[in-house]
Ligand binder design. Structure first.
Ligand code: ADP
Ligand code: MG
Length: 602
């Protein structure tokens, strides 16, 4: 009998391991920035060419390495951060697996220059596809510079798998932002294709937040802080006026490490429940410090998911801290929390079942959330919204939103004999002897959604030039998200162009989309791109955009509609390919047949 099992050569083993650690240029940026932080850097400079596909260079002024360590750092399972098993339970560094450099060197061309502060000379190493090609003594600044060229040069399948430059850049910006938020005392810069995107001087957390995110948040961040023996919490939560329609500005850090946790997100968003619309997201950056014994960060290779030994306590504490932050804030008039009621609420609040799998990214794509997505206005409108529009304005808007974009398909549908609006939300009508109760908001979303899909696939929609182009400024990652969608939006009738740093100008929109809805529509698009953008299926991407636009341009519940508008909705709905479902999968109407009625009445 023949034996066939062999140990893999190191280079091959590294390449396989790299599949997990190095998914895209952004993973390299993350790992190398983390190493720089671990090395005690006071300054980190990140330089990127072509979304990191051709060059990623990270320079730090940290400890540097001896020449033996420099060579050793590229071995798999080579780390200076842990030595024995018990160290696993007291990790105070971002890295510890000793895999990053070995993995990166397996799939790229790497050059390392490093010098310790008390050494006169440094080390210059070149390594590509796990093969050392050069090791020399060199003159270089104290600290470390790693240059990663041509990522996946030897793994064409992976290289081809990379997304467009704007997508990869967005991932890099996200990783950079997370680390920059967590370490405000380190000066950090990010340069992309010779343009300096960020120059963040060392400073306070609040300063860093404002530099990294949006200037308009100044004065709208509520500090939160709580120290218990078990858990320390600090950070900032957004005043309810700065909620966003998009996900992406919710940050949790555990011992300096960015993590995703839908469970903890729930704890925070519950508190905001009454103050911001249900389909929106509060802003928060929250740092949790906890004894490493109580948290396992080793459940995932990229370490963005962690496991706490007592999640429920953390949930309750976190919620109490956020509540306190909100109640101490003058803009929240109705939150009256005496100590006793606070205690009761915290300890009676029922967290959802903890689950490691659901991440923030999946949150709103869950089916069956539609009814919650419709803003229930009463609670927050008066506090945080501009004054209500007059009835005339609303009517005008309704008509605008409606008469838009004639539908292309032909088959004509008879005028309904019964046609009534119920509670400004439902349309009652009759069709082929059945009673239909149509949800106007969901139905109109379906109509618009199919129009936009049709526009993309078949016949682009006309764009109406705006008298005054509208400009919108975003954060760098939001901006790249919109630019990613530029050509798709063009087919849907939105004429969008770049206009200065992180700023877009909208020159045209599909006929008669109300001007004031544009900002909202774009926020929703950004939110959806950030969710769907990571998938590989182009059509999903288009659908996400169509869904976003229809969600924000449809008539909402509570709007009074004229007979003509009701007729239009009913007729257009039944011309749709899938009239019975809103774009996110919830039913758009209920039917009651005469048979059912007869049965009911015996
Ligand atoms: P890990 O960070 O998990 O230890 P890495 O492969 O990322 O594994 O790095 C291996 C080792 O190389 C680190 O433990 C550290 O000793 C050294 N190292 C890596 N990057 C730097 C740096 N920028 N400055 C100093 N030492 C570094
Ligand atoms: Mg590391």
């Amino acid at each position: 009998m023949q034996n066939i099992i062999q140990l893999l050569p190191d280079a091959l083993a590294n390449q396989i391991a790299a599949g997990e650690v190095v998914q895209r240029p952004a993973s390299v940026v993350k790992e190398l920035m983390e190493n720089a932080v671990d090395a005690g850097a006071r300054r980190i400079d990140v330089l990127i060419k072509e979304a990191g596909k051709t060059l990623i260079q990270i320079t730090d002024d940290g400890s540097g390495m001896s020449s033996a360590d420099a060579r050793m750092s590229f071995e798999r399972h080579a780390t200076s951060k842990i030595r024995e098993e018990k160290d696993l339970f007291s990790i105070h560094t971002l890295g510890f697996r000793g895999e990053a450099l070995a993995s990166i060197a397996a799939v790229a061309q790497v050059r390392l220059r490093t010098r310790q502060h008390d050494a006169e000379l440094g080390t210059d190493i070149e390594i590509a596809g796990s093969k050392l090609t050069k090791q020399e003594v060199c003159v270089c600044p104290a600290g470390t510079t790693l240059q990663i060229k041509n990522l996946f040069f030897n793994v064409p399948a992976r290289r081809n798998f990379l997304r467009s430059n704007p997508v990869e850049t967005r991932h890099i910006l996200n990783e950079f932002t997370r680390i920059a938020l967590s370490y405000p005392a380190i000066t950090m810069t990010l340069t992309h294709n010779d343009t300096e995107v960020y120059h963040l001087l060392a400073g306070t957390m609040e300063e860093r937040l404002i530099l990294l995110l949006v200037e308009e948040y100044r004065g709208k961040l509520i500090p939160v802080e709580e120290k218990t023996g078990y858990l320390n919490v600090n950070g900032f939560i957004g005043d309810p006026s700065i909620y966003k329609l998009k996900r992406g500005e919710q940050f949790f850090f555990v011992n300096g490490r960015f993590i995703k946790s839908s469970y903890l997100h729930h704890a925070v968003s519950q508190v905001y429940h009454e103050f911001i619309p249900k389909d929106s997201f509060p802003f928060y950056v929250i740092f949790l410090e906890i004894d490493p014994v109580h948290v396992d960060i080793n459940i995932h290779t990229t370490k963005t998911e962690v496991k706490f030994d007592d999640e429920r306590t953390i949930y309750a504490l976190l919620q109490s801290v956020v509540k306190q932050g909100m109640s101490g804030h003058h803009q929240v008039p109705e939150l009256d929390l005496t100590d006793q009621s606070l205690k009761e609420t915290i300890y009676s609040s029922t967290p959802p079942p903890a689950s490691g799998e659901v991440t923030l990214g999946q949150f709103s794509s869950m089916p069956g959330r539609t009814s919650e997505r419709i803003p229930s206005r009463q609670n927050w409108d008066n506090f945080y919204q501009p004054p209500k529009e007059t009835v005339e304005e609303q009517k005008g808007k309704t008509e605008e939103a409606f008469t838009l974009i004639p539908f292309q398909r032909s088959s004509s549908i008879a005028e309904p004999t019964i046609l009534e609006q119920l509670q400004n939300t439902y349309i009652l009508t009759e069709r082929e002897g059945k009673l239909y109760i149509i949800h106007q908001y969901l139905a109109h979303q379906r109509i618009l959604y199919e129009r936009f899909i049709h526009a993309y696939k078949e016949q682009p929609l006309d764009s109406q030039q705006l008298l005054f182009p509208q400009t919108y400024t975003y954060s760098p990652s939001e901006y790249t998200a919109i630019m990613e969608a530029e050509s798709i939006l063009a087919r849907m009738g939105f004429e969008v162009k770049e206009f200065g740093p992180n700023t877009i100008a909208v020159y045209g929109t599909p006929t008669e989309i109300p001007l004031k809805k544009i900002g909202e529509i774009f926020d929703q698009i950004i939110a959806d791109i950030q969710e769907v953008g990571a998938t590989q299926v182009p059509m999903r991407f288009v659908e996400g955009i169509a869904r976003a636009v229809s969600l924000r341009s449809a008539v909402t519940s509570g709007q009074n509609l004229s007979k003509i508008e009701l007729t239009n909705i009913v007729q257009d709905l039944f011309k749709c390919e899938v009239p019975s479902l809103a774009p996110n999968g919830t039913p758009s109407f209920k039917v009651i047949s005469t048979v059912e009625l007869e049965e009911y009445f015996g």
